[in-house]
Design a binder for this molecule. Structure first.
Ligand code: EPU
Length: 335
């Protein structure tokens, strides 16, 4: 296993932030991973997956482990479903395309989400009415301290909106090495009620999972910046969930506010709408900006530092709080 010193992490984070890692090791086997864990204290390690959900605000003095475990296989084949295992270092979108090629259904709405398979459970990735948890069966993870492997079931993961046990009480304690999914092989249940998908599929009589994926790709490409061209981490903020009472007050002042009922006591508001209405869509300060087509996404036009983006995010939070009284919470990990 090669240790590389003084490496720029620019190619390894989708925001394209140019910070340096003191030591960088690419992990390609579980044995290799265990070897490193045996000789390094957990607190000296920095685990890197696809680098698509983080904002790096400074050089990393810890040893960066890039989880490059590859491979995918069918574990079980039943009458109308399969269980698939995908290793943590597989690129998420390439994995989704592979499932579609085999005509396995369930992940089509999650097409084109940046990142790797291994980090997908951490924030329960989601888009267009589908979340990872809908097809998730289990994941394997290694405890960084004890080196023991553990299988986490759906229940163990405590999935919630952009959240899981790995972001909370088990934060930093496990490295996910593979994820198992249950995907349909016939009678695919399409989820196309999300407005934009339905209109994108207009004219197609019996849409296939491939058609749904193509529609999702077209919608994402029309609104979301491609990280290969403009650095970004997708949604920078979570959509805030507020109490029904707070919502009633908000709606009195802003009758057109979009909302999704979560429960009898809670309502979710699109952060993109709040930022847009605060006049910040397309706002730019140096190379840090609010995306022109989707205000929920902060972008790096080239040479913004992590602190530039962080500062912009604080400004956005302050302005939104002042205008609407709503607190925005970052969705990305700020490091
Ligand atoms: N809106 C605006 N202006 C904007 C952006 C949005 O007014 O600049 C309004 C839209 O008109 C719409 C509402 O806000 O009424 C919701 O917008 P959209 O459908 O684009 O979705 P979102 O809530 O902004 C969420 C996810 C995205 C996911 C889309 C589609 C979060 C934090 N974000 O965005 O996820 O792709 O729904 O399902 O939940 C990501 O996590 O990185 C991500 C891109």
């Amino acid at each position: 296993m090669k240790v590389i010193h003084n490496v720029s992490l620019k190619p390894y984070n989708s925001f394209g932030i140019d910070v340096r890692a003191n030591k960088f090791i690419k992990i390609q086997t579980i044995d290799g991973l265990k070897k490193i864990l045996r000789k390094t204290y957990a607190e000296e390690l920095f685990i890197l997956g696809g680098g698509s959900n983080m904002l790096l605000t400074g050089d990393i003095s810890k040893t960066v482990l890039q989880i490059g475990l590859k491979g995918k296989q069918v574990l079980e084949e039943k009458e109308d479903y399969v269980i698939i295992k995908a290793h943590a270092g597989e690129n998420w979108h390439e994995f989704v395309l592979w499932t579609l090629q085999q005509d396995f259904g369930g992940l089509e709405n999650l097409s084109l989400i940046p990142g790797n398979v291994g980090t997908s459970p951490i924030q329960n990735i989601g888009a267009y009415g589908v979340e990872l948890k809908d097809t998730f069966v289990s994941c394997e993870a290694i405890n960084i301290q004890t080196l023991e492997s553990k299988t986490f079931t759906l229940e163990d993961c405590e999935f919630d909106y952009r959240n899981s046990v790995f972001k909370n009480k088990l934060k930093g304690q496990y490295i996910i090495t593979s994820v198992n999914f249950k995907l349909s092989t016939k009678n695919h249940q399409l989820k196309i009620d999300y407005g934009a998908i339905e209109s994108e599929l207009k004219g197609i009589e019996n849409p296939s999972i491939r058609d749904v994926s193509d529609a999702v790709i077209r919608i994402r490409e029309s609104k979301l910046p491609n990280p290969a061209e403009i650095g970004n981490s997708g949604s920078f903020f979570k959509n805030p969930i507020i109490s029904t009472e707070a919502f009633v007050t908000l709606q009195k002042n802003f009758p057109e506010v979009p909302s999704y009922k979560i429960s009898d006591t809670e309502v979710k508001i699109p952060a993109g709408w709040l930022i847009d209405q605060a006049g910040l869509k397309g706002y730019r300060d140096g190379d840090a900006g609010v995306h022109k087509k989707q205000a929920l996404v902060l972008v790096n036009y080239g040479n913004a530092s992590g602190s530039d983006i962080l500062e912009l995010s604080l400004k956005v939070r302050e302005i939104v709080k002042e205008k609407f009284g709503v607190e925005l919470e970052p969705e990305v990990n700020i490091i």
